[in-house]
Design a protein around this ligand. Structure first.
Ligand code: PNS
Length: 174
């Protein structure tokens, strides 16, 4: 059977247990997985792209068939350049579906040789998102079931001293 390489793209601001779970599921199916961290200066993020890449690498260093890279521009161009035949995305709930469906069909229109595979995370991660992790961190909540240790430390470091000094503002989450 042909060697199957897939790309797992996202903003990953920051990577969560849900993302890590998806990577583990992905490598049961494909031979190689390239985690592609979006580098889009127009999109405000809490962590710069280099740090998002670094966090993912720290979490996945024990998986020889996984690599982590940053990308900009069109995802399908990156996928083709990396020799990937498929895009992997996670689906948590019906609310994810419309956006994911649109993106999958747009990517297929742009590059018909690449298809999108969807996998569901483990039930315990269905409500975990980067945004909820940022929000829990901002209010000093327990992050252990949301993000790996290395991410937890960075999130806590980011919000340290900000929790009680002043009322939080929505821009703290970005
Ligand atoms: O984690 P996210 O924010 O849901 O990931 C979105 C991502 C990075 C997969 C998507 O924004 C993307 O692929 N951006 C690159 C630009 C692109 O290719 N757009 C066309 C597809 S609609």
């Amino acid at each position: 059977m042909a060697h199957l390489r897939a790309v797992y793209p996202g903003t990953f601001d920051p990577p969560t247990w849900g993302h890590i779970d998806l990577v583990h599921r992905g490598i049961q199916i494909v031979d190689e997985l390239v985690v592609a961290v979006l580098d889009n200066p127009a999109k405000r993020t809490l962590f710069p792209v280099d740090e998002r890449v670094e966090m993912f690498r720290e979490c996945l260093s024990d998986l020889p068939t996984v690599s982590v890279a940053r990308f900009d521009g069109l995802l399908v161009d990156f996928a083709m350049a990396m020799g990937c035949q498929a895009i992997l995305r996670g689906l948590r709930a019906v609310s994810d579906f419309e956006y994911e469906f649109q993106m999958a069909l747009m990517n297929r229109r742009l590059e018909p040789r690449i298809d999108t595979l969807f996998l569901m995370p483990s039930e315990e991660h269905v409500f975990v998102s980067s945004r909820t992790a940022r929000e829990v961190a901002m209010f000093g909540g327990d992050l252990s079931s949301l993000v790996p240790e290395t991410v937890r430390k960075r999130l806590e470091g980011h919000f340290q001293g900000r929790v009680s000094n002043r009322p939080p503002s929505p821009s703290d989450l970005l």
